[in-house]
Ligand binder design. Sequence first.
Ligand SMILES: Cc1cc2nc3c(=O)[nH]c(=O)nc-3n(C[C@H](O)[C@H](O)[C@H](O)COP(=O)(O)OP(=O)(O)OC[C@H]3O[C@@H](n4cnc5c(N)ncnc54)[C@H](O)[C@@H]3O)c2cc1C
Length: 354
Amino acid sequence: MSQVAIAGAGIVGMSLAWRLSQAGFTVTVYDKGTVGGEASWAGAGMLAPGGEYEDDSPAARLAIESRSLYPAFVRELEKATRSTIDLQETGALDLAYSDAELQALAKRADMQRRIGIEAKRLDAKQIRTFWPRLRTEELAGGYFYSGDAVVNPREVVSALRKATLANGVQLREGSAVLEARVEHDLVIIRTEAGESSQAAFVVAAGAWSGSISLQGVPPLPKSEPIRGHLLGYQQPEQICQSIVRYGDTYILQRANGLLVAGASVEHAGFDRSLDLKTVDRLQKQAAFVMPHLGETTPTEAWNGFRPGSEGLQIGQWHSPRIYRAYGHYRNGILLAPVTAKLLTEEISASLEMR
Ligand SMILES: Cc1cc2nc3c(=O)[nH]c(=O)nc-3n(C[C@H](O)[C@H](O)[C@H](O)COP(=O)(O)OP(=O)(O)OC[C@H]3O[C@@H](n4cnc5c(N)ncnc54)[C@H](O)[C@@H]3O)c2cc1C
């Protein structure tokens, strides 16, 4: 029996469903809402080990590997679905507005070089020439990370929907997995519609993962929502040629002209309401970096729930029938290809399908 059920149709669950279906499994994906309707819709889409990792760690190594998988992952998806996905090899510029900030960036870049993340120092004059829209008063310099990139996560998920359906994956939207029970050589999945037997079950339910009840194995490690707000400014032309970062502010622009600025990091439970104070703060921060944004109001603002946990939860959970794929926090868009690859290998090996 080679049936695998996945709870969660975000970018992580859908990437895995695609890879498992390619490996010959019969896959059903359950989602309590819609495909890609949560964090994977909300995410900015930075593929940015340079902005996220300083020290050697398993997560940093996975991020670097996943970044290297991305171009082929996107090309393969585009080919399979005859669609276009906005993936831009833009690089990212980290800005410093004082000598102390520049020194801190230099120290960080030195640490990152040891784990294979390269950055080039730029002086204020170079930045003014190549990024004419940025604030230049008191600009001390910056570091350019040529390996960082931008993808539109909504386009990735939409292509994954097409690619998985074409491979015979069953997508059950509006169907939450309530419980999974390990019994002998099977796992029984319970939804409101009834029960089904599977060879393996993967929890890829983002911020909600820890609330899925398991019988026959210990409870899953906790997960929690880390809310993030983003702003969107629809622009008539391309004005931001790379990711730009300053402190905890970042700005990037999608190929469709939407300039995305963010982001907040909030412990607010699953509250979806827009926090206007946070929106106002993000607006001011974006306008500091790119002054002309101060003269325009964002065309949209939204939030989403990053899946927090005690570290990345990837792999088997106390049984060859149960697997975890959550806890990707700020980097789930980046980490989706490597997560799908690792779990497909692990599930294939354990169910002897290779
Ligand atoms: C503001 C913001 C900015 C971000 N920017 C970036 C970025 O630039 N780069 C990056 O790499 N990452 C970024 N992230 C993080 C990234 O979006 C997430 O890590 C990633 O989307 C997680 O994907 P996922 O599939 O695990 O979760 P989700 O996309 O949240 O999907 C989980 C799915 O599980 C479903 N579900 C929940 N409970 C159940 C259940 N019981 N049964 C069945 N289904 C269930 C949900 O409905 C949901 O569709 C950002 C996130 C936010 C909020």
